[in-house]
Design a protein around this ligand. Sequence first.
Ligand SMILES: [Zn+2]
Ligand SMILES: [Zn+2]
Length: 819
Amino acid sequence: MHSLPKEYDFAEIERKWQQKWEELGLYRFDRKDKNRKPFTIDTPPPYPSGEFHMGNVLNWTYFDLVARYKRMQGFNVLFPQGWDCHGLSIEVQVEKQHGLRKREVPPDQFRKWCEELVEKYIALMKEGILRMGCSIDWSTEYRTMDANYWRRTQLSFILLHRKGFMYQGTHPVNWCPRCETAIADAEVDYIEREGTLHYIRFPLENSDDSLIIATTRPEFIPACVAVAVNPADSRFNTCIGQKIALPLFNRLVSIIPDEMVDSSFGTGVVMICTYGDKEDVKTVMRHKLPTLTLLTENGRISEVGGKYAGLSISKAREAILKDLSEAGLLERTEHLRQEVGVCDRCKTHVEILERKQWFMKTRALTDQVVKTADEVVWFPDYMKTRLTDWAQSLDWDWVISRQRVFATPIPVWYCKNCGKLILAKEDWVPIDPKLEQPRASKCPKCGGKEFVGERDVFDTWMDSSITCAVHAGWPDHEDWRRLFPADVHPSGIDIIRTWAYYLMVRHLALFGETPYKACLINGMVLGSDGRKMSKSLKNYVAAPEVLAKYGADATRQWAAGGGATGSDIPFRWPDVEYGRRFLVKLWNVSGFAGRLLADYRPEKTVHGGLEPLDKWVLSKAARLTLSVTDAMEKCQFNVAVEEIRNFTWHTLCDCYVEAVKDRLYRAETYGFEAKLAAQFALYEALYTVLQLLAPVIPHLTEEIYQALYAEEKECPSLQVSPWPEKSAWIDSEAEESGDIIVALISAVRREKAEKKLSLNTQIKRLTVSVEDEMVANALRSGSCDIVGACKVETLEVKVGKAAGKEVANYPNMRFTAEY
Ligand SMILES: [Zn+2]
Ligand SMILES: [Zn+2]
């Protein structure tokens, strides 16, 4: 046993153990190990964003808590780490950085820039993850932008295509005119904003009458294919079937009845345009109306817009309003609050465009998603409905093609002669159809020998929605099913509708099975003012700053203990400071133990009898083990952290150590057996604390373990020591007696403090009167620690009418101290 220095440098200790753990290979998953049960964590590969923020600290603390806890439980833990590289976000940043659009440079050059930026960002995030001391198996590291990962995404597409889940279709899709690509429902954010409602006069055919239509999008007049009214609206139902002229364009459209028209909005008469919004899409489908494509892919007005062709959407709106006003057709305008969909990457107003796209038949799986979600364990339970509600709310299938550069290519070609689709074979991938020809010599339909490669690429979620299978080793390891479904998929509340959902539909379609057995959800990190953390609100805190100032062990305590799993948790400096103070407390009590245990040879059982307080602390430690284990099983990390910290600070340090100090220091007075009993209990109780804390505070507990326990325990690291089990030390009677003894000691010490006496002040006679023989016996049995802790020369315990100062929580126990 080695003693601990008085002061410690957390940065040095943390760095040291991070390095040693890596050298020891403690976190390597051993695929060949058939003795330990595997436990697989489906670490969501993050988008490299170039910043490691407090939200990331929260995510990785959760992942790591599960990994470390399961490892101590004897599982062969797979804790992988990948990077989800592709996507609009990186492209948008590269475009900004170089001040150009993707089409202005050769794709190879653009891709290279994207890769460079991603590598830079990965390095920054990785530094943060390492600094936190996450127990990741770095030999598993992968990047979805590598061809080796493309291979998996492409293979999954080929298999799903064969199963009939993939199709091409011309269907309206969400379109970002700035990014010039289709985007999925999950990539549309909804924001509230101030809008203008324009009241425009539409003349009726063969009549001097007209109808007024209120619209926020007058630029869509040229794409109007019908005007609709509610058939129940008596103001307008006589107009149904008549024709009405589009102002400025003089094209006639029909007035149709539609029960979905809200008679109370605007004037009760609406334009149906292709496509002003999602409602238009539904109405056009219901009535089988023709479509007109008003917008081009870069958000300009097409030839459908007549003289306004070529203008941007906002310029066209201005021009049309000006012309309407000059023609006397603009009646009035009013302000309104409106909700609009914007691109979640660039915040541009999302339009709806019809273009040939690839889709996955996800809606066909909705019933299965709902059923499977029921079989998954959710932490916390109420998160399940977030997934099922989302699945059931989807109007459209998942559009999986994107018109971008930095993404996995879709492995198909088209026959130049007859247009037949050529799907890559399983062993052709990875392949880029833009650069390589299919390895088939001719078109199976017409015999043509020339092919055009698909130019569209995959949505980045196509890469990241197969991680459960990929982490398990699919398709390269024959035994991948042993590690599938993942034991837990941990993720943020904000990405349930993407990550948890896409994982579910893709794996259900591919393998007919849930991808994960459990889903662990973390909330968002809020600023100290309770609002969403953001730089503009000045409540933003950068994770590297926190880690540099207080170290990983204190920061992890904030993340684990800051709030209930799944709820949003605020970042507060005092929480991290408290974590730091706790570390100092733990260090000090361990230092004390190290000194007092210097001559102690660990025993399996104690030979002499244990004093009541020894049994008391061991029983409380055993009970703590049970409740912490239960909390960890339920992923209630905050409960676990609070209980261990309370036990350490109060039960172990304030009560037990203070009460037995004298016994440990003065064996000549109390006898060597009494000292040995205290040493035994201190040694065991502190070890329990270190073990239970090991997942949350891995570095400092390891440092203490190595100094005080490693020699005897023979585990290379506390991190792989077996998690404590239910022990024989639970003893309700001992706890009851110990509580009585501790209550008296605290009361006497409190009196000394109130009288401004030093705690070492001798008490000549301490008279305790109780009304109950059981209480008296408890006090008598613990007399050696009472006299030791309170410095009592003569202790007298009387049964009868209680007299003297009251003891908190024990109204029938009173005492008098004579100094
Ligand atoms: Zn965009
Ligand atoms: Zn052909």
